[in-house]
Each structure stands twice: as C-alpha cells, then as structure tokens.
Design a protein around this ligand. Structure first.
Ligand code: NAD
Length: 281
C-alpha cells in the first residue's frame, strides 16, 4: 500500500511556488499578496491563520493578517473587504471561517471580488468550476485532487465515490473528478447503502466528519482512498476512514494527520499565485 505523504507533497508544492514567486517578482517587480481576516479568538482558527501566514512568508508572498474582536460589526468587515478588493497589492482575500453568529457568512463571501476569492467560495467561482471554466477552486478538494493525480495521472473512466456533499469539500471534489472523466457518485447522510457504493469505487474521498466511518470491508483492492476528516476522539485525531483496516485493501491511502491537511494550506498559496497571475493579464 502507498502511504500518501501529504506533508512531503505540500513541501514540494511550496518549493515550486517559491520558485514561481521569484520569477514573478523578476517579471513584474512585485509579489502576490494574501490578506487574511480573522474575527474572534477561537483557538483552531488562530492556529490555521498562523500557519497560513508562516507558509505564505516561506514562499515569498506578501502576507497580512487583519484581526477583529468577535464583537466587530458586520459593516466594518464588509467595508474592509471592499477596501481590499480595490487594493492592487492584495491578490487574494480570505475570511477565516467560522464567523460569529451576527455576521452573515454568505454576505461576506459574496463581497469578496471573485478574482481575489482564494477560497473559491464565491458563487461566481462555484459556477465557473461547475461549467468547466477557469476559477479559484476550494483549497481542500484541490489538495485532494493533486494527491490523487500523483498516484494516478490518468483518471479517465475511473469510478469515484465521494462521501459527503458539503459546499466546502464534496461538491467541488465532484466537479474536479468529473473534469478528469471519472464517473462520480456523491453520497451523503441519506444514501441507502454506503458500503455498497464504496465497494464499487476506484477512488474514495471521505469528507464527512464521522470518525472511521469508512471500514476495511467497504474498500475493494486497488482503491485510492483520500481521508479529509479531522475528528477529535479519545484516542486523538482520527480521520473519516478506519486507517488500519483500510490500509490492508487500499492501493493508496492518506494518513490523518499528515495527509490532506498540509495540502490545504499549500493550495491556498497556489490559489493566491494564480489570482495574481490572472490579474497581470
Ligand atoms: P459538513 O458537516 O459540512 O458535511 C458533511 C457531509 O457528510 C454532509 O454532506 C453530510 O450529508 C454527509 N454525511 C453525514 N453523515 C453521513 C453518513 N452517515 N454517511 C454519508 N454521508 C454523511 O463537513 P465538511 O465541512 O465537508 O467537513 C468534513 C470533514 O472534513 C470534517 O471532519 C472536517 O473537520 C474535515 N475537514 C478537513 C479539512 C482539511 O484540511 N483536511 C478541511 C475542511 C474540513
């Protein structure tokens, strides 16, 4: 079984981006800029943002974090986004989710100009992705896609089963695999026989949030299994896939941690560089 090393793949991607940023600087005399807005003091969000800033600096991006207390008015945040939309030194804007209840998430997402929407959540980017046009792609599914392609460059005709239909993971994942000519089944909490669906898959992507939901006898030999889940349990952080059992059947499998997670941030940096390049045309 191939243990898919997300840490290594993410480091390689950052290295490529670092070289690209040097070339872009030589060509345009400026570097891509990423601005993250962080609202409140939730520990996981603070850790995510700190890592985003660290890796953005590592690849040579101009990076900025704007912090607000969780009492900040929605209007203040929207006005700041409008300001960043116009700022030529900012290539990508990300508002760290989740947001406090009094702030309308959809309004925030839709205020970010689509050309700077490095999370790929704006309806314009969602629509472009589903129509097969150029768009920012949500970072986690993009990371999963790049890991799958490393194992199997030609996905033509493969049967892919996605567990979970969230806007964040399952749905964009479906679009990426469709583009690669996979036959895609997207499953969810009302799916009748999840095991049966998974047993038909050449590729399984699990993005559910249920610890070790996908079992060893759900996976046929030679399946590529990507585990997006991050679940806190008594035995520590586990994914949505029963790692030990599934590793006996799968052709390749991502560990949790150290699989999809590191790729998510690397893909955010990639999206920032792509937004910069598109803005220079
Ligand atoms: P979500 O809660 O938005 O969506 C979960 C999906 O799973 C829903 O579509 C639901 O229908 C489906 N589901 C629920 N129970 C099911 C069942 N029994 N069978 C089949 N489908 C079922 O979750 P999300 O935001 O997509 O996140 C999923 C997991 O991925 C979480 O553990 C989250 O922490 C993790 N995550 C990881 C990263 C990363 O970088 N690795 C990024 C985002 C999310």
């Amino acid at each position: 079984m191939i243990l898919i090393d997300g840490k290594k793949a993410a480091a390689e991607l950052r290295e490529e981006l670092k070289k690209e940023v040097i070339e872009l600087k030589a060509k345009y005399n400026k570097v891509p800029g990423l601005t993250v807005i962080l609202i409140g003091d939730m520990t996981p969000s603070q850790i995510y943002v700190r890592n985003k800033e660290k890796f953005a600096n590592e690849v040579g991006l101009k990076s900025e974090v704007i912090k607000y207390p969780d009492t900040v008015e929605e209007k203040t945040v929207l006005e700041k986004i409008e300001e960043l939309n116009k700022d030529e030194t900012v290539s990508g804007i990300l508002v760290q989710l989740p947001l406090p209840k009094h702030i309308d998430k959809q309004k925030v997402i839709e205020t970010i100009i689509p050309s700077k929407d490095v999370d790929g959540f704006h309806p314009m980017n969602v629509g472009n992705l589903s129509s097969g046009y150029e768009s920012s792609v949500p970072c986690t599914p993009l990371g999963c896609y790049l890991l799958i392609k490393k194992i199997e460059p030609n996905l033509n005709g493969k049967k892919a089963v996605i567990v979970g239909r969230s806007n964040l993971n399952g749905k964009p994942m479906m679009q990426l695999l469709l583009k690669e000519n996979c036959t895609v089944t997207i499953t969810h909490s009302k799916t009748k026989d999840l095991k049966l669906e998974c047993l038909e898959a050449d590729i399984i992507v699990a993005a559910v949030g249920i610890p070790e939901l996908v079992k060893g006898d759900w996976v046929k030999k030679d399946t590529i299994v990507i585990d997006v889940g991050i679940n806190k349990t008594d035995k520590g952080i586990v994914g949505d896939v029963a790692f030990e059992e599934v590793s006996k059947n799968a052709k390749a499998l991502t560990p949790v941690p150290g699989g999809v997670g590191p790729m998510t941030i690397a893909c955010l940096l990639k999206n920032t560089v792509e937004c910069f390049k598109r803005s220079q045309i």
